[in-house]
Write a protein that binds this ligand. Structure first.
Ligand code: UD1
Ligand code: MG
Length: 449
């Protein structure tokens, strides 16, 4: 039996006070709506349908292609929103799961439970409820003396007695498709001038059909993001969930409150994450590393036994046993082979540093390839930019670059070449040759030592 999800996302989200559509606000780098899409992925292999309205094009562009969209031109209520999906769904699915794009904490397990319950329900719908001490804003679940659901009453339309009800409508439902499309077209305008999806409960009951409920024991799942305060609350909980999962899989997180791991990051066991660390984008971290304190690692691959202290690593590759920091900056295309050491205040961009290379202090290496075991002295700069173009520096195996050397690219230093402190190297340096001065010239050949 098939199920297709309809995710409501047409609302304007005015309380965000934002140019960006509400459902595109990121939590740990991922748009809120993407959390909703991910949550429904496990209940169906059919593409979900997102009902868009406010800034529809912007929303579509930011979300993945395996989503279908329907447009709700005017926001005439949740019932009207679901109705927009009718033409795509009639006759195509047995069940329709309805949820909101602004509830990023809803878990797949909860949705699976809802769908399973509806599959066993003779009646046309099952809905998700929650019991909260502060029911503010939610529709109230009205039951009869036998405990059977009779209706959902919106807060605005509720009597004082009904307002005291603490069992609330989460806004998430699973409908039998055939019944849904028949009933939804009979919805009447509410006093507020909207078509309420919630009125379908009363409609089912009036036909003598059974409405089932599934309740979640984790009320935070239902946090809907309407303001930036909710955004921060939801972000905190997602951060906790992610950190918790990594700790249970063998990663030490010294201070989960200040550790921000985005959903697409992977970390192998026995790695230690120290406080104030941000692991972002598609980042992969190997085993037995120490990351942080104060590290930002974005879209990078880190091998095993690496150490990254107080540094920023972006779109870079670190092989095993690399250590960087404090205060290193790896930029796009930096590739540090096994055992590279990069100390204070170094920057590497679009460069390969061969294994065992050491770059201890205050250097900039850009558009460069080095061989193995190169020593990059303090203050070495590759002058890779002539004002209009970038040029390459090639450094061979075992080269020793003296402190404060300027390597004016394009330039090549062959194996075991050396530069004296303060050299400005404008010409290629042959193997085993020492160059000194400004501009650097050969001083002597190195005899075998
Ligand atoms: C709705 C429920 C309420 C429930 C609450 C849970 C109705 C009538 N009420 O109330 O019982 O307790 O959710 O959060 O359904 N949307 C559209 N198009 C529209 C209207 C809404 O796409 O025309 C989307 C919104 O973008 C939002 C979601 O539907 O994601 C819910 O809309 P909202 O106005 O927040 O519903 P509530 O009034 O809070
Ligand atoms: Mg509303």
């Amino acid at each position: 039996m098939t199920t297709i999800a309809v995710i409501l996302a047409a609302g304007e989200g005015t309380r965000m006070c934002s140019n960006l559509p509400k459902v595109l606000h990121p939590i740990l780098g991922k748009p809120i709506a993407q959390y909703a899409l991910d949550a429904v992925a496990s209940i169906s292999d059919k593409e979900p349908i997102l009902v868009v309205g406010h800034k529809a094009d912007e929303v579509k562009q930011a979300l993945p292609e395996n989503t279908r969209y329907v447009y709700q031109a005017e926001q005439l209520g949740t019932g009207h929103a679901v109705q927009q999906a009718e033409k795509l769904l009639t006759g195509n699915t047995d069940f329709v799961l309805v949820t909101y794009a602004d509830m990023p904490l809803l878990r797949s397990e909860t949705l699976e439970n809802l769908v399973e319950t509806q599959k066993n329900n003779q009646g046309p719908l099952t809905m998700l409820t929650v019991i909260l001490d502060d029911p503010h804003g939610f529709g109230r679940i009205i039951r009869n003396e036998d405990g059977e659901v009779q209706a959902i009453v919106e807060e605005a339309d509720a009597s004082p007695k009904q307002r005291e009800v603490k069992e609330l409508n989460a806004g998430v439902y699973c409908f039998s498709s055939a019944w849904l499309w028949k009933a939804i077209n009979n919805l009447k305008l509410s006093p507020k001038g909207e078509y309420y999806l919630t009125d379908l409960v009363e409609a089912a009951v009036s036909e003598g059909l059974k409405v089932c409920t599934v309740s979640t024991n984790e009320p935070s799942e239902l946090i809907g993001v309407n303001t930036r305060v909710h955004l921060a609350e939801a972000a905190k909980i997602i951060q906790e969930r992610i950190n918790h999962a990594w700790m249970l899989s063998g990663v030490t997180i010294a201070d989960p409150h200040t550790t921000y791991i985005e959903p697409a990051v992977t970390i192998a066991a026995d790695t230690v994450i120290l406080p104030n660390t941000h692991l972002q984008g598609v980042t992969k971290i190997g085993a037995e590393c120490v990351i942080g304190p104060n590290a930002i690692v974005r879209d990078s691959q880190i091998g095993n036994y690496c150490k990254i202290e107080a540094s920023v690593v972006e779109s870079a590759i670190l092989e095993d046993h690399v250590d960087i920091g404090p205060f290193g900056h790896l930029r796009k295309g930096a590739h540090l082979a096994e055992g590279v050491h990069m100390g204070n205040f170094g920057e590497v961009k679009a460069s390969y540093l061969g294994s065992g290379t050491k770059m201890g202090h205050f250097s900039y290496i850009g558009n460069t390839t080095t061989g193995e075991n190169v020593n990059i002295g303090a203050g070495t700069i590759t002058c890779n930019y002539d004002g209009s173009q970038k040029h390459k520096t090639q450094i061979g195996n075992g080269v020793f670059i003296g402190s404060d050397t300027m390597l004016v690219a394009p330039v090549t230093l062959e194996d075991e070449a050396r530069t004296g402190a303060g050299a400005v190297v404008t010409k290629d340096v042959p193997a085993k040759t020492v160059v000194v001065g400004v501009p650097a010239r050969a001083l002597r050949k190195i005899e075998s030592e």
